[in-house]
Write a protein that binds this ligand. Structure first.
Ligand code: HEM
Length: 383
């Protein structure tokens, strides 16, 4: 479980877990060292799990320099902060539409009514695929997460092997779906991100079909489940601290800081993985080459060596150098979108529901995954 969320801390910032065959990294300085040194700590975890290695389809998150820099430049060309900023009115309109549909019953299920559909419709519309297809994505992505839990490098059970196959199948459904749309845009360009990705050119280089599909894939997956968690987590944090909720209500200019503290306090992405390229000593341990590291940013974000009173939700932390969106060359490309969606949706929620609070008779349900911190169901009372 999320033991660091209960205020307990591991004795060691870095330790080997014989049960999974992986190293756990819990400390802030140790996490910072890893994320800042891609030469030593590679993102190419696919080489540890040959079943999911798809070398022909280069995926941004799993690339190291110099390939990473090239691909990141190409996709950043299409997915710019300006493209994101222009979405603000649409995000607000969608939030209101979704809440209109759900309103007037005195209750809200935050995830199903808003936190899930909002980011997935936004990213689907941005890419240029119908938002109404979100039931397809949800089905595939939910099954992918279900199947990829409890993954281990050693002693993989038959069930885990089947899970892996199942995950690959779901990933293929999603890739095929996006591949059809991307191929269509090559023939008939439109005003959407898929077309821009197909046409993006840096130094005479373009993305291959596989690269476009892969990136669209990352956006769809990374772009919705995490923001869903961010919204749910932020509402939970505020609900638990009435004085912070009152402050946020009274002064909406504090919302960005509330979102940042929520990213620290309840990091949706609890862990990032890296592989050691060489033998390396850190956190008091000798780690050989070719070891898989789980970098628990959720734990690092509560390291008392970095954050005073780490188990207190305090939006007035300044600075707040949390690792919730990563750090270094792989820093979340969707950060401006996640922050904007979080701010706009929270602002409208506070406007429309002056009495918003959790339902004592129906507690939230958390995602079962150890790598993800978030709710999958959050019943709220609105009156
Ligand atoms: C990378 C978290 C929302 C797209 C990352 C990383 C983290 C992260 C921790 C670093 C991964 C690593 O270093 O291995 C989050 C959280 C989000 C969020 C907590 C919401 C609250 C989004 C959204 C999008 C997105 C909305 C896109 C629409 C990406 C991409 C990368 C990434 C493309 C890979 C960047 C690279 O490898 O260069 N995200 N993310 N994320 N994120 Fe996000």
């Amino acid at each position: 479980g999320h033991f660091w969320l209960r205020g307990r801390r591991p004795d060691q910032p870095v330790s080997f877990d014989a049960g999974t065959g992986m190293w756990n990294v819990y400390g802030y300085p140790e996490a910072l060292r890893i994320l800042g040194d891609p030469k030593t700590f590679s993102s190419d975890t696919s080489r540890m799990v040959p079943e999911i290695a798809r070398p022909a389809e280069r995926s941004l998150t799993q690339l190291d320099p110099p390939m990473h820099s090239k691909l990141r430049k190409l996709v950043s060309h299409a997915f710019t902060p300006k493209v994101v900023a222009d979405l603000e009115p649409r995000i607000a309109a969608l939030t209101n539409e979704l809440l209109d549909t759900a309103a007037d019953t005195g209750r809200l299920e935050l995830v199903a009514d808003l936190a899930y559909p909002l980011p997935v419709i936004v990213i689907a519309e941005l890419l240029g695929v119908p938002g109404s297809d979100r039931y397809l994505f949800k089905q595939w992505v939910d099954k992918m997460f279900e199947g990829s839990q409890r993954f281990s490098l050693v002693n993989r059970s038959e069930e885990q092997e089947r899970n892996l196959e199942f995950v690959m199948e779901q990933a293929k459904h999603l890739s095929d779906y996006l591949g059809e749309h991307a191929a269509e845009r090559r023939l008939r360009p439109r005003a959407d991100l898929l077309t821009q990705l197909v046409e993006a050119e840096v130094d005479g280089e373009r993305l291959s079909q596989a690269e476009v599909v892969n990136f669209a894939n990352i956006l769809l997956i990374a772009g919705h489940i995490t923001t869903t968690m961010l919204l749910g987590n932020t509402v939970l944090c505020l609900d638990a601290q009435p004085e912070q909720l009152a402050r946020a209500r009274a002064d909406r200019s504090t919302l960005p800081a509330v979102i940042e503290e929520s990213l620290r306090f309840f990091s949706p992405f609890a862990a990032l993985s890296r592989v050691t390229n060489v033998d390396v000593e850190f956190g008091g341990q000798q780690v050989p080459a070719d070891q898989l590291l789980m970098v628990w940013i959720a734990a690092a974000n509560r390291d008392p060596r970095q954050f005073a009173d780490p188990d207190v939700f305090d939006p007035s932390r300044d600075p707040n150098p949390h690792l919730g969106l990563g750090r270094g060359i792989h820093f979340c490309l969707g950060a401006p979108l996640a922050r904007l969606e979080g701010k706009v949706a929270l602002d409208i929620l506070l406007d429309r529901f002056p009495h918003l609070r959790t339902d004592p008779d129906e507690p939230p349900l958390f995602l079962p995954s150890p790598n993800m911190t978030g709710v999958r169901k959050l019943p709220l009372l609105t009156s």
